[in-house]
Design a protein around this ligand. Structure first.
Ligand SMILES: [Fe+2]
Ligand SMILES: [Fe+2]
Length: 288
């Protein structure tokens, strides 16, 4: 009988400290169409009122919980911020809510309605924080700010005024040739091509944008006093690469939708799997 249980990651990428009191919880997922990997990060912010930002993936559940609770005691967690309800962000929501009985869930009304089909929201433990709203978490103020690009109507990023870390959720997603702690380790052309492709794919409405309105929307995020961009699907973007990162996002509406693999590519992929060859997708076909 075939099992559809997701495959556990083969390699553990340990938590990475990216700012005072702030750690990335890391996981990498290999792409089916080539020797490329994508990060699936979440975040832990320590302090008087510790915060878990997004909840990892089901396939990495045990390791994700171990990584988070190697940094903060479950009983000390006071806030669980859910950026949106995609499975790579909400994958261990029930488990972390159970493990952290003193934590409130920072979500929104619409998230509650959308996600009720697979999670029984304890409304008495919820705090609804919409785009532009803030709350105080001990020694810091956290503000929900919609990132430049997103793939769910409920997506909010998170800005921490104490460290200047901005959680950009799905914006800046970039496939990688392997693990790296900082985007400065990636070849500039590979970053441009990967970021353009993934952000176009993940926000397919980019061709509908009013260019002036989008510029102002990006300004709103870029004008935050950001020290480090942390994102679910990118290595850390520090100050040396921040302008370049936002510039690439601003070019997205000027691009054309990228080609996508077709059935012929899947046929070629299956042939490679059967013959033990490495498959590398190339736009227009003839992989392998
Ligand atoms: Fe998403
Ligand atoms: Fe995501």
């Amino acid at each position: 009988m075939t099992s559809f249980a997701p495959l556990k990651p083969q390699v553990h990428h340990p938590p990475l400290k990216i700012a005072d009191d702030t750690w990335l919880i890391q996981q990498m997922q290999e792409a089916a169409i080539g020797p490329l990997w994508l990060y699936l990060h979440s975040l832990v912010i320590k302090g008087p009122e510790p915060i878990v930002v997004d909840t990892g993936t089901p396939c990495n559940r045990e390791q994700w919980l171990a990584d988070v609770f190697s940094i903060v005691d479950p009983g000390d967690v006071r806030w669980i911020f859910l950026s949106h309800d995609d499975v790579d962000h909400a994958g261990n929501l029930a488990e972390v809510m159970e493990a952290c009985p003193n934590a409130k869930l920072v979500c929104t009304w619409f998230m509650t309605e959308r996600h009720a089909n697979c999670f029984n929201f304890p409304l008495e433990r919820c705090r609804w924080i919409n785009d532009g709203e803030s709350w105080r978490a001990g020694d810091r103020t956290l503000t929900a700010i919609t990132p430049p690009l997103f793939d769910s109507p409920v997506t909010r990023g998170l800005y921490d005024d104490r460290t200047g870390v901005y959680w950009a959720v799905d914006t800046f997603a970039t496939p990688l040739p392997g693990p790296m702690n900082d985007i400065s380790e990636l070849d500039g052309q590979a970053w441009k091509e990967g970021l353009e492709m993934f952000n176009c794919m993940n926000s397919p409405w980019f061709k509908l944008l009013d260019l002036d309105k989008f510029e102002r929307h990006v300004d709103r995020v870029q004008n935050l006093d950001i020290s480090v961009i942390a994102a679910c699907h990118s290595p850390v973007i520090g100050s040396s690469h921040m302008t370049q990162a936002f510039d690439m996002i601003r070019r997205i509406p000027h691009l054309e939708p990228p080609p996508q693999p077709q059935q012929a590519d899947l046929d070629e992929l299956m042939h490679c799997v059967a013959t033990g060859k490495q498959y590398i997708w190339q736009p227009g076909g003839n992989g392998a």
